[in-house]
Design a protein around this ligand. Sequence first.
Ligand code: COA
Length: 158
Amino acid sequence: MPWTVAEEAAVRALFERSPDYFEAVEGRPPIDDDASTLFSDLPPGRSPADKRVLGVTVGDGPAVGVVDLVRDWPAPGTWIIGLVLLEPAARRRGTGTRVVATIAELVIAEGGERLRAAAHHRNPGADSFWRSLGFTAVDDDGEIAVFESAAFAAAGDN
Ligand SMILES: CC(C)(COP(=O)(O)OP(=O)(O)OC[C@H]1O[C@@H](n2cnc3c(N)ncnc32)[C@H](O)[C@@H]1OP(=O)(O)O)[C@@H](O)C(=O)NCCC(=O)NCCS
């Protein structure tokens, strides 16, 4: 699965092609701030150097998706996937599964051991996606379910 370092303008365009996700989770279409927030948002105690925002490419075309990752949160060795988003035309073809396998390989290569992700209950496809990859729910506040997997398990044989 090829990666690029994502650029904010490309992410903004990608978000504009993916309004369904923002309607489901935020109750509104994407706004310009969503792209800048993706680059700047950090969990407590993490620095910009701990964060990667990566574009997902298929073939030679422009990015069809984006992923953001933060290392060592909430615990050393755990990497949190803040967002994995593919534009609608790129979904349900196994690309998301391959993206997570590639993330897992990257995390293992950097010494990480676990992956964490979240699914908003207003976005039931995300819950099904993480479960389909063998992630298990480790927390749920009634609004957001948190999932984890061992990185080696998520790497699969992709
Ligand atoms: C979630 C997302 C990344 C999944 O990527 P994808 O390429 O569509 O997923 P895959 O094709 O690899 O699907 C793997 C399995 O996950 C489950 N799944 C994925 N999307 C689903 C959906 N919308 N509803 C129910 N199950 C779903 C299915 O079991 C699927 O297997 P199947 O197609 O054989 O039934 C993509 O749908 C997306 O970008 N959605 C919008 C953003 C989002 O919700 N991100 C997740 C929260 S961070």
